[in-house]
Write a protein that binds this ligand. Structure first.
Ligand code: DX5
Ligand code: ZN
Length: 234
């Protein structure tokens, strides 16, 4: 490919604010505000106090956002174990993307198929210590790969630098496959590191505290887009 990576750079890059850092008492307004500020999709973290040591929200809240009038894609990140029973509920509740952790299901292939069967885009999530070889036999079942750059469970953690190499290796595998698989990064994404993450090959950027913790959602999202646009293509 002449040293270039067309599939990583010609593609649109998406910003996905994580509601984990939103004001939950005003969730509908918060989501409206980030969409108005330029968010491309809404990252919806689901935690069960079992697979991860925190507890958040379920399908009724996803449905409530749809009923509130949110039409932006909702990116449901399932940090729950077991996971299969809840996938149809989220599809029914209006999820657009659904991702699962391989450690949280007995049958990864089956869970991924279940997501697509219910009309959603399917993603597989890799914790910082989860090896990428989980990808080897399921690439054709994936619409996106979500790489965790923190250990899942909480917002506001520090970006783990080794995730950058994992992004680059995933980008190589995806480009080699020729499949239209997106690469999402989640955890510790800020204006000052998003350019390096884009250069490594990610094209969906989850950011919770960096956006909801800033006083200016539109300004922060615009600054992120500037950094992505200025990032070297590597
Ligand atoms: C962590 C969640 C993340 C979290 C990111 O388990 O999956 O989506 O909200 O938050 P920040 O961007 O603050 O690291
Ligand atoms: Zn997440």
């Amino acid at each position: 490919m002449n040293g270039s990576r067309p599939s990583s750079r010609s593609k649109q890059h998406w910003i996905a604010p994580s509601i984990l850092s939103a004001d939950f008492a005003r969730l509908g307004e918060e989501v409206e505000a980030v969409v108005a500020a330029g968010a491309d999709l809404i990252h919806f973290d689901v935690m069960d106090n079992h697979y991860v040591p925190n507890l958040t929200v379920g399908p009724v809240v996803c449905r409530a956002l749809r009923d509130h009038g949110i039409t932006a894609p909702i990116d449901v990140h399932l940090m729950v174990k077991p996971v299969d029973r809840i996938i149809p509920d989220f599809a029914e509740a209006g999820a657009t993307f659904i991702s699962i952790h391989p450690e949280a299901t007995e049958h990864v292939d089956r869970s991924l198929q279940l997501i697509r069967e219910h009309g959603c885009k399917a993603g597989l999530v890799f914790n910082p210590a989860t090896p990428l070889n989980w990808l080897d036999h399921v690439l054709d079942k994936l619409d996106f790969v979500l790489l965790m750059s923190v250990n899942p469970g909480f917002g506001g953690q520090q970006f783990i630098e080794s995730a950058l190499e994992k992004v680059a290796r995933t980008r190589e595998a995806v480009d080699r496959s020729g499949l239209p698989i997106r690469i999402e990064i989640d955890g510790g994404v800020k204006v000052d590191n998003i350019g390096r993450i884009a250069a490594a090959g990610a094209d969906i950027f989850v950011a919770g505290s960096a956006i909801f913790g800033s006083g200016d959602y539109a300004g922060t999202i615009a600054a992120m887009r500037r950094e992505i646009a200025a990032a070297p293509t590597a």
